[in-house]
Every structure is written in structure tokens, then in C-alpha cells.
Design a protein around this ligand. Structure first.
Ligand code: RET
Length: 224
């Protein structure tokens, strides 16, 4: 593994760990009803920490068809993205149980997106592109639910402003992933593994640590 790639993983695990400590401190001042946002934010970064650490010490990749596949990215995303969506849903309503069918559908579509993305990364052309398209369909389903029924739910309460802020942030950042995937080693291979790993790092740190800061900041002021 090139040293610059490994460095991105080291920066990754340090950033996730630092985020976890910061979220723990921030969670202490949350009202009891909103501690759930702290639990979500900490869960996300500690899962990411473990996966970045695994990649940094060479336990997060395998060689398939002569290329390196960082499967630890997917074991990270398959756990953290459902929690991120749950976190967004918690911003929409005080009572997740009431919208459990919607949350369930969101999470199933999301897991489907990540798993088909992994299958694509393990495939050779042209199969990888078929899987990218299949994963994209699930991604659009996720976005459709976020901007359709979940937003409608948020609009019923007092948190529609916070919801919109997080939904916009999530949408913009998440769109980066299929792009990096497509131009990187899993797709066309237009960028080097080093550029790819730093791009994913920026996306991951912003989508997890940045998102967590905003969610916890908003959670402090929530009066459902
Ligand atoms: C893949 C495969 C190609 C198609 C699509 C993908 C989407 C990935 C996304 C990942 C988001 C990850 C986050 C991680 C950490 O917080 C799997 C790259 C659509 C949206 C937010």
C-alpha cells in the first residue's frame, strides 16, 4: 500500500477518535430526551475509527482480480450510514417508533446500496458498472424518502429548519461517494489510489464528524 494511502487511514482513525471524544463531551449537556443524538454520533465515529484503524494496519483490504479492494470501507458504511439516517430521522420526529415503516425502508434501501456497491468493487468490468447502476437506484430511493415523506414528517413539527440543514448536508456529501467510486479504482481508474483515499477521507470526516457536530449543536436547542 502506498505510504500516502496509509497516511490517509492514519489521519482517518485519529479524526474519528477525536470526534468520538468531542461528541462524548458534548453529549453530557444534552437534555435527556436528546441524548439519543449523542449515542448516534458516537456510534458512527467509533465504528469508523475501528475500520480506519484496520485499514491503517493493513487488515482492511484484499486483492481481488489483481486489484486492491478496501472492504473495510463497506463494513464501515454498512453500519454507519443506517445510523446517520436514523440520526436524520430523529431530527424529524421525537418519536421514531411512529415512523418505523419509513425508517425501516430507508435503512433497507441504504444497506442494499452499500452491499451492491461492495459487490461491484469485487467485480471486473463491465459487471462493476452494472452494480454501480443498481446501487445508484437504491441511492435515489434513499434520497426520495429523505426529501419526500421524511421531510413531510419534519414539517409537521418544530424542527424543520434543523432537518433541512442536515438533509442538505447529507445529500451533498453522499453524492460524492458514487462519483469517487466511479472515477476511482472501483470504476474507470481515472484517479490514483492516493487521490481516491484522500477524497474518501474528506467525505468520511465531513459526513460523520462534521454532521455529528451540527446534529449535536441542533439537538441542544430542540423543544419538540
Ligand atoms: C457506493 C457504490 C456506488 C454507488 C453508490 C454508492 C454510495 C455510497 C454512499 C456512501 C456513504 C457513506 C457515508 C459514510 C460515512 O459517513 C457504495 C459508493 C450510490 C452514499 C456517508
Amino acid at each position: 500500500m502506498p505510504a500516502a494511502v496509509q497516511l490517509s487511514f492514519i489521519v482517518g482513525w485519529i479524526a474519528m477518535l477525536a470526534g468520538g471524544v468531542a461528541f462524548w463531551a458534548m453529549s453530557r449537556s444534552l437534555p435527556l430526551s436528546e441524548k439519543r443524538h449523542g449515542v448516534a454520533a458516537m456510534s458512527i465515529v467509533f465504528v469508523a475509527f475501528a475500520n480506519y484503524f484496520a485499514m491503517a494496519i493493513g487488515q482492511g483490504d484484499i486483492m481481488v482480480h489483481g486489484k486492491t479492494v478496501f472492504f473495510a470501507r463497506y463494513t464501515d458504511w454498512v453500519i454507519t450510514t443506517p445510523i446517520l439516517l436514523a440520526s436524520l430521522a430523529m431530527m424529524a420526529t421525537p418519536d421514531l417508533g411512529r415512523i418505523r415503516t419509513l425508517v425501516g425502508a430507508l435503512i433497507v434501501a441504504d444497506i442494499y446500496m452499500i452491499v451492491t456497491g461492495l459487490v461491484g468493487n469485487l467485480s471486473v468490468a463491465p459487471n462493476n458498472y452494472y452494480w454501480w447502476v443498481i446501487s445508484m437506484v437504491a441511492f435515489f430511493a434513499v434520497l426520495g424518502m429523505i426529501w419526500g415523506p421524511l421531510r413531510a414528517e419534519a414539517n409537521k413539527g418544530h424542527t424543520s429548519g434543523e432537518y433541512s440543514k442536515l438533509a442538505i448536508m447529507l445529500t451533498v456529501l453522499w453524492i460524492g461517494y458514487p462519483i469517487v467510486w466511479l472515477i476511482g479504482s472501483s470504476g474507470f481508474g481515472w484517479i490514483t489510489l492516493t487521490v481516491e483515499s484522500w477524497l474518501y477521507l474528506v467525505l468520511d470526516v465531513t459526513a460523520k464528524v462534521g454532521f455529528g457536530f451540527i446534529a449535536l449543536g441542533a439537538a441542544r436547542h430542540i423543544r419538540h
